[in-house]
Write a protein that binds this ligand. Structure first.
Ligand SMILES: [Zn+2]
Ligand SMILES: [Zn+2]
Length: 293
C-alpha cells in the first residue's frame, strides 16, 4: 500500500482528493457483485447488454434521473442478450421501468428460446408477477449471425462464442467509435491463428469488454471447456486487434476485492511483458464504472 504520511486535511476537496487519488481501489470502494449488465449511452434511447442483476440498479437510476429532471417522458430500452444463462437475464423481473405503461423494451438475441426464457423465469412458482403482467410494451427480436443491424442509431452485429450452449458477442459502431461486448466466451488454442475470427470482430475497438474469469493457469488446467477465458488471452487478443481499451469483465465471483485488484495489476504487468510499447489501457469492471469513448 502506498505510504500516505501525515497530511492535514482542511477542506472537503482535499479529503475527496485523498480518497480518490491516494487510496487503493479495494480500500475506498468495491468491485461489487452485480451480474452482467452494461449500458452504452448515446442519445435518448438506452442500449444495454444483458439483463443480469445490474439491470435493477440501472432501472432505479433511470427513474431517479427522470424524477430529478421532472420528466414524464416514456423511455425506450434496447437490451442485447449474450445468452440465456441465468446470471444474464435474472435482473429483468426487478427492472422497474418494465412495469410502467408507455415505456418500450426491445429485447434482442440469437436464441429461439429467447422469449420463453424471459416468460419462464417469471412463471409460478419463481416470481409473483408474470412477464405479461409488466405494463411496458415488451418485444423480442431474433437476430442472425452475419447480418449487420441498424438499431437506435448504432450499427450492430454479433458473433457466436464458445460457451456451454453457445453465447454471442456484440459489436456496436457509431460515428467512427466502436464498443465490443464479449462475455462468457472461451478462447482456446485457435486464438493463436492469424485468421482467428475474433481478431476481426475486436479490430480497432475503442473499448473491448472481455470475459476474463480465470487466471491463465486455471483456464488451461482446471477449467478448460468451462466457457470462460483468461486475462492473458484478453491482453494478447487486444494487442493483436489494436484495441484501445480492454475492460476485464465477468470476473470470478469468489474473488474478494484485494484479489481482483491484484488480478488487474497482474494483467497490466503482463501487458508490459507481452507488448511493452503497447498503448492499451486496461480496466477491471466494477459496479458503476463509466468509460468515456
Ligand atoms: Zn454463461
Ligand atoms: Zn455468465
Amino acid at each position: 500500500m502506498k505510504e500516505l504520511g501525515i497530511k492535514k486535511l482542511t477542506t472537503n476537496e482535499e479529503l475527496k482528493g485523498l480518497i480518490e487519488k491516494d487510496l487503493p481501489f479495494p480500500v475506498r470502494g468495491t468491485y461489487g457483485c452485480n451480474t452482467s449488465c452494461v449500458e452504452i449511452r448515446d442519445g435518448k434511447e438506452n442500449i444495454l447488454c444483458d439483463a443480469g442483476t445490474g439491470l435493477r440498479d440501472f432501472g432505479n437510476y433511470v427513474l431517479q434521473s427522470s424524477s430529478q429532471m421532472k420528466s414524464a417522458q416514456p423511455h425506450t430500452f434496447h437490451i442485447f442478450i449474450s445468452h440465456l444463462h441465468w446470471d444474464h437475464i435474472q435482473g429483468f423481473p426487478f427492472f422497474v421501468p418494465a412495469y410502467m405503461p408507455g415505456n418500450h423494451v426491445h429485447i434482442y438475441g440469437f436464441y429461439h428460446e429467447l422469449e420463453q426464457a424471459f416468460v419462464r423465469q417469471q412463471d409460478p412458482p419463481y416470481f409473483p408477477v408474470p412477464l405479461k403482467g409488466m405494463k411496458a410494451s415488451i418485444t423480442f427480436t431474433m437476430l442472425e449471425q452475419g447480418h449487420e443491424y441498424e438499431i437506435a442509431g448504432f450499427k450492430v452485429r454479433g458473433i457466436k462464442q464458445n460457451h456451454p450452449g453457445d453465447s454471442y458477442g456484440y459489436r456496436f459502431e457509431k460515428g467512427g467509435k466502436s464498443i465490443v461486448y464479449s462475455t462468457d466466451s472461451e478462447h482456446q488454442k485457435d486464438a493463436d491463428n492469424e485468421d482467428y475470427p475474433f481478431l476481426n470482430f475486436f479490430r480497432n475497438a475503442d473499448v473491448l469488454i472481455f470475459d476474463a474469469q480465470y487466471p491463465l493457469v486455471d483456464a488451461i488446467h482446471m477449467k478448460e471447456n468451462w466457457g470462460h477465458s483468461s486475462n492473458l488471452v484478453g491482453v494478447e487478443l487486444s494487442v493483436k486487434a489494436n484495441v484501445k481499451r480492454l475492460c476485464i469483465f465477468h470476473t470470478e465471483p469468489t474473488c474478494d476485492d484485494e484479489t481482483l485488484h491484484q488480478f488487474l495489476e497482474d494483467t497490466r504487468r503482463y501487458l508490459q511483458i507481452y507488448a511493452e510499447s503497447s498503448p492499451l489501457d486496461i480496466d477491471l469492471a466494477y459496479d458503476g464504472l463509466e468509460i468515456e469513448v
